[in-house]
Ligand binder design. Structure first.
Ligand SMILES: *Cc1c(COP(=O)(O)O)cnc(C)c1O
Length: 424
């Protein structure tokens, strides 16, 4: 049964006209059970985080086990084993050189921590002008003010706030099939020009490696990252990878950075970190960044500490999630998902469809305009599939445990919609 509950203010929604949300009463594997008896396959992993599906026995068990001890202790002056073990595990699995983990509670907060860390890295060396950032057009880094400032301010969902948040620098987004593409070359030229003229005031470049999520659902060649790394080193600017969406296998490698063999100075992880169980982020720094905060002067310390950082239950479930990824060979599951997505939707053509692209466990249909997706939600629901198109993009980012049959049901609905558009 649909319900309108306006005491509950919904995200990204005009509450006056928003379609009533559906009520989930149970979730299991890749399926959501609604209160009217409808069962749907979740094709977007609850905003890309529920990578092992819902109600997973191993993850449930990790939560229960930690709860028999305690749920949470502050990280100020106290530590807990799950937080220590998770930090060590993240250092082990992330690109070589990232050695120090600072926990936060969401992707946006993880990005704020990275930005603040980058500015203080320079201040701790007596360099006060380096406090601005460069990011990519069509990027998205979160909804808090610092994260908004580095998200695309013209195209993105935060354009309303232009003028009220810190102005940053942007370069055109890279794209195309290889580094010689015009989009990559233009983007790198702009970046070099910008760094050449303004490096004295730029603290870092921040970008989503290889896959730009909510700002454009687009891919670009991994080699681009290698050149950005080179330019950052040449002009003395830090490099931050926001792997909140790409981390933990989404692009086909465990981290998108692995596709290019590039180590950023700071990496941010969140969404899939706990397998979708709890909000948790990890901002991970190289020793060079970390060491700039060491010294006898207390002012050099990083003055940051979210109340719930290092929450023991969240860290315990994150450890169990990473263990599943490693022991159950998730990268091969993701390969199979990629093959099926390629077979089913890559290169698809149809009325109003501009592009159909696939990378890892991400499949995107880009339409001419958001109006091409009006009515899609009910169309998909009645066919047993939950997808939530955003703007002009209809995409799937399924849980990695999805069966081939269920995945083909998801892509089937996407393809049927393309045909349906043709018949209008
Ligand atoms: C979702 C997302 C964020 C923000 O994460 P929240 O947990 O929603 O605050 C930041 N960066 C990227 C790339 C994201 O996809």
């Amino acid at each position: 049964m649909k319900r309108q509950v306006d005491s509950l203010w919904l995200p990204y929604a005009q509450m006056k006209t928003v379609a009533p949300p559906y009520r989930v009463v149970r979730a299991e594997g890749v399926k959501l059970y609604l209160d009217d008896g409808t069962v749907v396959i979740d094709g977007i992993s609850s905003w890309w985080c529920v990578i092992h599906g819902y109600n997973h026995p191993v993850l449930n068990n990790a939560v229960h086990e930690q709860l028999t001890k305690f749920a949470h202790v502050m990280l100020g002056g106290l530590v807990n084993d799950p937080a220590i073990n998770l930090a060590e595990t993240l250092v082990r699995i992330t690109p070589k050189g990232l050695n120090h983990v600072f926990f936060g509670d969401s992707g946006s907060v993880g990005v704020e921590i990275a930005l603040k860390m980058a500015i203080q890295f320079w201040r701790n060396q007596g360099i006060y002008q380096k406090s601005r950032f460069v990011s990519l057009r069509l990027g998205y880094h979160g909804d808090t003010t610092g994260a908004m400032s580095v998200s695309d301010d013209d195209e993105g969902m935060h354009r309303l706030f232009k003028g009220t948040i810190l102005p940053q620098y942007f370069v055109d987004a890279p794209g195309g099939n290889n580094i010689d593409s015009e989009e990559c070359q233009v983007s790198l030229c702009q970046l070099e020009e910008l760094l050449k003229s303004n490096n004295t005031e730029i603290a870092a470049v921040i970008l989503e490696p290889v896959f730009q999520g909510a700002g454009g659902f687009r891919f670009y060649p991994p080699e681009y990252l290698f050149h950005v790394r080179r330019l950052c080193d040449e002009y003395g600017v830090l490099l931050i990878f926001d792997e909140v969406a790409t981390g933990f296998g989404r692009t086909g490698a465990l981290f998108a950075a692995d596709l290019a063999n590039v180590t950023p100075d700071i990496m941010v992880l969140s969404k899939a970190l706990t397998g979708g169980y709890f909000g948790l982020s990890a901002t991970i720094a190289t020793s060079r960044v970390y060491e700039s905060f060491l010294g006898d002067d207390p002012e050099l310390a990083f003055m940051h500490g979210p109340t719930f950082m290092g929450n023991a239950v969240a860290c315990a479930v994150a450890l169990a999630s990473i263990n599943l990824i490693e022991t159950e060979n998730y990268l091969s599951k993701i390969k199979i998902i990629e093959q099926i997505l390629k077979q089913e939707i890559q290169g698809l053509e149809g009325a109003s469809l501009c592009d159909a692209r696939v990378l890892g466990a991400i499949g995107v249909l880009e339409f001419e305009s958001p109006s091409n997706l009006v009515g899609f939600r009910e169309f998909a629901l009645s066919r047993g599939v939950w997808l939530r198109p955003y703007s002009k993009w209809l995409y799937t980012m399924p849980p990695y445990v999805i069966s081939e049959e269920d995945l083909r049901r998801v892509t089937g609905v996407m393809k049927e919609w393309v045909l349906h558009q043709g018949h209008k």
